[in-house]
Design a protein around this ligand. Structure first.
Ligand code: PGA
Length: 251
């Protein structure tokens, strides 16, 4: 059985002061222990958030990283730096990184391999634009991204890695893919992992849906066979909303 996994992606929100207040409030909430949960925060917040949450079962992740351990890469953070803080996850290939900051699959592949080498759990994001969906190219786009981003990644890593299917047209727009469409793509991804690796890999890989997930639609999405979790932006920014998302089983 795959453990459900609900992860917040704060994006470029939350000052250190705000992040500390959020983490302290989170500690006082009764969060379902049968659900894996975490917050991916801006790099500057990671130290404080991890310190506050270190004795809880809430994992902490970064929103990106470079693949090298150190060196002349102004503005970047490294896997070694994340290891030093005991960080659990790192989001890689988010569509905002791909579209705004022009990260390509070759770079994302290097980052995925580096994260795995450093014992970080990569949350690899894939997804199509509205134009690609409307022209019937969504599946081809996602297949291409996965094949390239996982190039030379070992089968054993499928137990660790999380894939987040995030249709770009559904991110921050209030438009959610229907639970059926989201599940169809997650099923397609699962079968693709089966083809690239084997059946066991397709059974263990955890696949999230992301794109306007909120307390009002989380139950319907999480009910779907191939959706193991959610990667959540806007609705993860308030502790009470994050609590409702994590505690989806109780509703
Ligand atoms: P959203 O963002 O929940 O605000 O749509 C999701 C994401 O980009 O990870």
């Amino acid at each position: 059985m795959r453990k459900p996994i609900i992860v917040g992606n704060w994006k470029m929100n939350m000052t250190v002061t705000e992040a500390k207040a959020f983490a302290n409030e989170l500690k006082s909430l009764d969060l379902d222990s049968s659900v894996e949960k975490g917050i991916c925060a801006p790099a500057i917040d990671l130290y404080s958030v991890k310190e506050i949450l270190k004795d809880t079962d809430v994992k902490v992740g970064a929103e990106n990283m470079y693949f090298e351990e150190s060196g002349a890469f102004t503005g970047e953070i490294s896997p070694k730096m994340l290891n030093d803080l005991d960080i659990d996850y790192v989001i890689l290939g988010h569509s905002e990184r791909r579209e705004i900051f022009k990260e390509d699959d070759e770079l994302i592949n290097k980052k995925v391999k580096s994260a795995l080498d450093h014992n970080l759990i990569p949350i690899l994001c894939v997804g199509e634009t509205l134009e690609e969906r409307e022209s019937g190219k969504a599946y081809e786009k996602v297949e291409n991204q996965i094949r390239k981003d996982l190039s030379d990644v070992e089968k054993e890593a499928m137990e660790k890695i999380v894939i987040a299917y995030e249709p770009i047209w559904a991110i921050g727009t209030g438009k959610t893919a229907s639970a059926e469409d989201a599940d169809d793509m997650c099923k397609f991804i699962r079968e693709l992992i089966g083809k690239i690796y084997d059946e066991n890999a397709s059974e263990v890989i955890r696949i999230q849906y992301g794109g306007s997930v909120k307390p009002a639609n989380v139950v319907e999405l999480m009910d779907k066979e191939n959706i193991d979790g959610g990667l959540i932006g806007g609705a993860s920014l308030k502790p009470d909303s994050f609590e409702k998302l994590v505690n989806f089983k109780r509703r």
